[in-house]
Design a protein around this ligand. Structure first.
Ligand SMILES: *[C@@H]1O[C@H](CO)[C@@H](O)[C@H](O)[C@H]1NC(C)=O
Ligand SMILES: *[C@@H]1O[C@H](CO)[C@@H](O)[C@H](O)[C@H]1NC(C)=O
Ligand SMILES: *[C@@H]1O[C@H](CO)[C@@H](O)[C@H](O)[C@H]1NC(C)=O
Ligand SMILES: *[C@@H]1O[C@H](CO)[C@@H](O)[C@H](O)[C@H]1NC(C)=O
Ligand SMILES: *[C@@H]1O[C@H](CO)[C@@H](O)[C@H](O)[C@H]1NC(C)=O
Ligand SMILES: *[C@@H]1O[C@H](CO)[C@@H](O)[C@H](O)[C@H]1NC(C)=O
Ligand SMILES: CC(=O)N[C@H]1CO[C@H](CO)[C@@H](O)[C@@H]1O
Ligand SMILES: [Ca+2]
Length: 467
């Protein structure tokens, strides 16, 4: 025998069936990399989930670019007045003095210190020419948003702005949401709010007046892009039914793509003026100042990784399932036995890990001792097995005899005559199966290798039974 194989075809299916039957199986095959131990009413058990890295604060990993590049205040130094009070002009910006500088990094530092730290633009000196600023955040990695994007403005929220996203590293851009004090006037769009959206209009791009209205910038400083409210349309108000959302994400590419980005761009089109008229005599009151931008998300790894690492200023997924690439978007070279596909958000049994399989499930890896030339890949067990074994053989490599047959000791494993029929006497034996040397199991009163004879003191009764 060239092989010692513990795994028979029958054992294989038994394993498959048990796995499908148990509520908490010992293993879900390739979701093993994505399980965690949890306590439930039933005690300590495993919780299986889709392979995804943890959601985290994504602003730690981005590169920020401003357009125009010299739009940050302080070069040359400038004095600013408060928006709400033109006589309060004690805000100095000087790029060459650390305490008075307002560089873009201050939008992403840890807030909580007093006073707040913020990026600030030059003032609206060229009024009525619009004061336009683009703030572009780039990750050079696909990211899936998991929570609201929140911008905090320190000198009034802009009267007009657009949030844009890119999915192709900044080559093309699509709007995410429009913001204005007057949507019709600014963008010829009907004002809407996220509450107006339904499951069917979830992907609509809206203009909202929720974050620009009023003269109350002191209290209301934030502008949001509402991710959670959109999730809630599928997952319920407190996101208690994430399985429902995941089911939708699994089947709807547009929905997945909607929450996926490589870059974000904030287009500031008109600063807060706090009044209907702009005070042309004191334009030092008008500028943009942002103290914080929150972007929560996770690396997109196509459900093939548990973690994402930041190394040499670069985010990349730590791919499982024999996938590779920054987003685990391809199969490894030796694992292209079938086309790559993303895993599913729902774990087995409703979803599948869609692992990459070895290249040569063909005749090369398909070792069946000549009793079959067809193999099949069983994902749950990461194993290649022979199918349709001929010559009364069975087993992963057709290395065993079918039930009712036994091994011909004088034949090699690849011999057509390797399995011999048991030929048990149908009347004298318990079953048509025999042991490894062809002996059948006899009923009471019968004997012989095939149970074809009556024991002494017994006689065949009607040829059917020894009595
Ligand atoms: C920025 O640079 C451009 C061209 O170099 C110049 O026209 C503009 O005045 C500069 N803006 C500021 C705010 O310094
Ligand atoms: C900002 O981006 C838009 C397109 O997204 C572009 O048209 C514009 O020229 C950019 N720069 C400024 C200063 O607005
Ligand atoms: C983006 O990432 C790729 C690899 O994923 C790298 O080759 C490229 O240099 C990166 N680009 C930038 C601008 O960092
Ligand atoms: C206008 O701005 C200047 C500084 O640019 C300041 O001295 C002055 O007090 C401000 N207020 C009014 C009402 O002019
Ligand atoms: C066992 O195998 C040998 C070698 O192929 C063959 O000659 C013999 O007939 C086989 N025995 C039976 C009972 O088939
Ligand atoms: C099969 O059964 C016979 C009779 O009980 C016994 O002599 C023989 O050793 C058994 N063979 C195997 C492989 O168990
Ligand atoms: C070469 C390689 O990465 N092989 C891996 C393929 O996937 C299985 C299951 O995830 C791993 O056990 C192998 O190490
Ligand atoms: Ca800050």
């Amino acid at each position: 025998m060239r092989f010692h194989l513990a795994l028979t075809l029958q054992a294989l299916w038994t394993a498959v069936c048990q796995a499908a039957m148990q509520h908490y199986p010992a293993a879900w095959g390739h979701y093993d990399v994505c399980k965690s131990q949890i306590y439930t009413d039933e005690g300590l058990t495993w919780d299986y989930m889709a392979c995804q890295p943890e959601a985290q604060d994504m602003t730690q990993y981005l590169k920020v670019t401003l357009d125009p590049p010299n739009i940050t205040c302080g070069d040359p130094p400038e004095t600013y007045c408060a928006l709400e009070n033109p006589y309060m002009c004690n805000n100095e910006c000087d790029a060459s003095t650390e305490e008075l500088a307002h560089p873009p990094e201050l939008m992403f530092d840890i807030e909580g210190r007093n006073p707040t730290t913020f990026w600030q633009s030059s003032s609206w000196k060229k009024y009525p020419k619009p004061l336009l600023v683009n703030i572009t955040l780039s990750w050079n990695k696909t990211i899936e948003l998991t929570d609201d994007i929140v911008l905090t403005f320190e000198s009034g929220r802009p009267e007009q702005m657009v949030l844009e996203k890119s999915l192709d590293y900044g080559r093309t851009w699509q709007p995410y949401q429009f913001y204005a004090t007057d949507c019709l006037d600014a963008f010829t769009m009907e004002p809407k709010t996220v509450q107006d959206l339904t499951q069917h209009t979830l992907l609509d791009i809206i203009c909202t007046e929720d974050y620009s209205r009023g003269y109350v910038w002191k209290n209301d400083k934030t502008v949001r892009f509402e991710i959670k409210d959109r999730f809630a349309l599928f997952a319920g108000p407190r996101l208690h039914n994430m399985a429902s959302l995941y089911g939708q994400l699994d089947t709807t590419k547009n929905l997945r793509d909607f929450f996926t980005i490589t870059d974000l761009r904030v287009r500031l089109l008109r600063p807060a003026t706090g009044a209907t008229m702009v005070d042309e005599n004191n334009l030092s009151r008008y500028f943009y100042a942002i103290s914080d931008i929150k972007v929560q998300g996770r690396c997109k790894c196509n459900l093939h990784a548990n973690s994402c690492v930041y190394d040499k200023e670069k985010l990349s997924c730590e791919c499982e399932h024999n996938t590779t690439g920054p987003d685990c978007g391809r199969c490894k070279r030796a694992y292209q036995g079938r086309a790559w596909s993303a895993g599913s958000y729902l774990p087995i049994p409703k979803g599948t890990a869609n692992i990459c399989v070895p290249n040569n499930i063909g005749p090369v890896n398909c070792e069946c001792f000549g009793h079959s030339n067809r193999c099949s890949y069983i994902e749950l067990l990461n194993t290649v097995i022979c199918v349709s074994c001929k010559h009364n053989t069975r087993g992963q490599h057709c290395q065993l005899c079918k039930l009712g047959y036994y091994r011909n000791a004088s034949a090699e494993l690849d011999d057509e005559n390797v399995c011999i029929e048991c030929n048990c006497n149908p009347f004298g034996s318990v079953s048509d199966r025999c042991n490894g040397t062809g002996f059948c199991i006899c009923k009471e009163g019968t004997t012989g290798p095939k149970c074809q004879q009556c024991l002494p003191g017994y006689l065949w009764d009607d040829g059917c039974k020894c009595k």
